[in-house]
Design a protein around this ligand. Sequence first.
Ligand code: HEM
Length: 395
Amino acid sequence: MKDPFPAYAELRAEQPVMFDERTGYYVVSRYDDIKAVFDDWETFSSENAQAPVRERGPQAKRIMEEGGFTAYSGLSARRPPEHTRIRAVAQKAFTPRRYKVLEPFIRQNIVDQIERMLARPERRGDLFRDLAYDVPTITILTLIGADTGMVDTYKRWSDSRAAMTWGNLSDEEQIPHAHNLVEYWQECQRLVAHAKEHGGDNLTADMVKAQAEGAEISDHEIASLLYSLLFAGHETTTTLISNTFRVLLADQAQWQRVVEDEKLVNGTIDEVLRYSGSIVAWRRKALKDTEVAGVPIPDGAGLLLLMGAANRDDTQFEDPEAFDITRPNAREHLSFGYGIHYCLGNQLARLQARIALQEIAGRAPGLRLADPESITFRENISFRVPESVPVTWEA
Ligand code: HEM
C-alpha cells in the first residue's frame, strides 16, 4: 500500500489482465481496458462491488442476522433497472442548491479547524487528524440530517464497513465490526423513520418527501442509500484531503505555485485524484463468457479494476509517474469510476478539497511535511488511506 506503483507498472506492461489465484479475481490494469469494462454495464455488472472480499465468519454472520442487518448497497452494487430508478431519486436530492447552502458552512468549519491547528505553539500538526478526518464527516452528517456530534461513532462504523468488506480479517477479528455494522444499519433506519415523522431540511427528508409525492423508492432503499452515503460521503474525501497535502507538500516548488496562484487549485485536486486516488481498485462481475484485451473471462468471474494503475498508464497520460498540477488532462482519471455508476458525490468531494487547499495555502504558505517516511497506509484492497499527514510550519 505504501508504494504500489512499481507493481502496477509491471502489471500494465507484462500482464494487463492477470488471474490472481489468491483472491480469485481477474486483475485489470490498463486505462482503456478499465474504462471499457466500466462502460459496458450489460456485460460487467457492479453487483459484487460491495461483497466481502473475505467471507464472513460464522460468529459475525450470527451477530448480523440477530441484529436484523439487512442493509444492501444504496447504489453502487445495484443493477439497472433498479439502479436507474433509485439513482434518479438520489440525484434529485443532490441539488446545486444543497451545495450552495453547504459551502459557507464547510468553509467556516475548515477555517476553524485550520486555525485551531495553527494556534499550537509547538508548530506541529497532523492534517489527517486535525482537518481531513472531521470535515467531510461533519459535511455529510449535515447533508443527511444526522447528529454532527457523532463524528467518532460514524468513523468507527465506517472503519468497520471498510474492514469487513475490503479488508482481510480473521473470523475472531470480525466480531466487534459485526456489532458496529448492526448499530450503523439501525441508525440509518432510525434516520428514515425520523424524517418521515418530523420532515426536515436535509437530503433524507428530501427523499422521504419524493417518496410521499410518488417517487418509486422504499423505506429500505432510502435507508440503504444512507448506509452508503454515510460511508462513501466522508471516508474517501478524508483521504482526498489528506493526499492533497501529502503529495503537494512533498513538492515545495509546486506548493508555492498554488500558494501564489489560486487558479491552480482545481487542476491540483484532479491531479491528486489521478496521481494518488482514494480508491485504487473497484470490482465488477462478468455476466457472460467474454474477454478483456483478448483474455477470456468466464461467465460469473470477478474482475478487480486497478484504477490506481490506469491513472498512470502512459497511453493516456504523458509522463504519468510525474505529479504535475498543470497537467491538461488530469480530469480524465478514473478515480470516480466511469459510466452509469460514476460517483454521485464527486462535486462535493472536489468542493471540500478545494476549500481546504485554498484556506490552508492562504494561511500557512510555509507549511512543510514533517516526516513523510513515517506515513503508513491501512491494509485494504480498494481504499488506499494514509493514516497521518504530519506537518510543521514557520512562525
Ligand atoms: C474523493 C472522494 C471520492 C471518491 C474517490 C469516490 C469514488 C467513487 C467510486 C470509484 C465509485 C464507483 C464508481 C463505479 O462503480 O463506476 C463511487 C460511487 C459512488 N459515490 Fe463516490 N467517491 C468519492 C466521494 C463521494 C462522496 C462525497 C459521496 C457522497 C456524498 C459519494 C457517493 C457515491 C455514491 C452514492 C456512489 C454510487 C453511485 C452509483 O452506483 O450510481 N462519493 N465513488
